[in-house]
Design a protein around this ligand. Sequence first.
Ligand code: G6P
Length: 367
Amino acid sequence: GQIGKDGYRHFMEKELHEHPLAIGQTLQRITDPTTRQLVLPEMPFDPATLPRATITACGSAFYAGMVGRYWLESIARLPIDIDVASELRYRNPPQPNQGMALLISQSGETADTLGVLRVLKKEQQKIVSILNVEHSTMGRESDLVLGMVAGPEISVASTKAFTAQLSVLAALTLTFARKRGVINAQQERELTNHLLDLPSRAAEVMKLFGAVRVMARVIAQARDVLYLGRGICMPIAQEGALKLKEISYIHAEAYAAGELKHGPISLIDPSVPVVAIAPSTILFDKTLSNLQEAKARGGRILAFTDAKGAERLSDIAEHLVILPDVDAFVAPILYTIPVQMLAYEVALLKGTDVDQPRNLAKSVTVE
Ligand code: G6P
């Protein structure tokens, strides 16, 4: 039947609240109930001998792919080439024998991503697609579909599909790592448990709307915003900047925090808020010193962090949103949620058409 807003003001608000469900259902479908091991369908190639993979997508799905690159390279030891579909389509890079192309798309209909699918199929690559709409054109043309179970996503700006995509990518990483013999059973068990705990951590994050709203008041007054992240949280900074642009029409840019000093630091003044995605993982100290540099130049620092990070950030940050402690492996999934909430709260303050932002379409089926 007709999909309603269930009492929420916007589909985006409703869909933000569905993150825990989208992650949970997606993982449940691929969790063996007896062993609690993540089990994906048989691949149309042998992951143990896979020489390399290409990842491609558009928009938010591309940033999910960027997180996937970090995981697949660092955990599954698989070399990755990644690019946005509209570029990859015409780049004509050499492809390996027996390679894999990993496509990510909520709709399964995005013209650029479909264009790459057809190009790489001609190059004999095996096509594996991570899709929310499995009965779609990409679904039909792929060698293997890995379904997300996010449910219909109505808001033009993607929310729950993103964390569902990441959940599939994380499961794929663990499966490949196991088959490539680069992870032992105990490491796999620990990482799997971190993933399976995520729906409850995500449910706790829903209580942060109020804290995010305070931060949103600063952002709503800005003309330009800088999002900073490092390592695996860099794509989450990119997702945050994209979401803010899409629905609040405020200009935002994401930068790798370490790259700040090579250019964008010249933009910093009190009118350009700096939003940091800063869980207290291995790169935290480096991010902290980048933020201190920004603060010293008059920047207003806003940060998403955990309790441990908050202790170190409290001197320099004007507002902190404090998330539950999670392992670095799953941090990008959890941190996505408040970063998307921020864009939503800013859009509310700006009074924009949140679910149907100007000039955008849910699924771009023309080139
Ligand atoms: C559009 C939407 C984005 C989405 C992108 C890719 O541009 O506005 O939110 O991320 O398409 O869509 P797909 O369906 O391929 O994930």
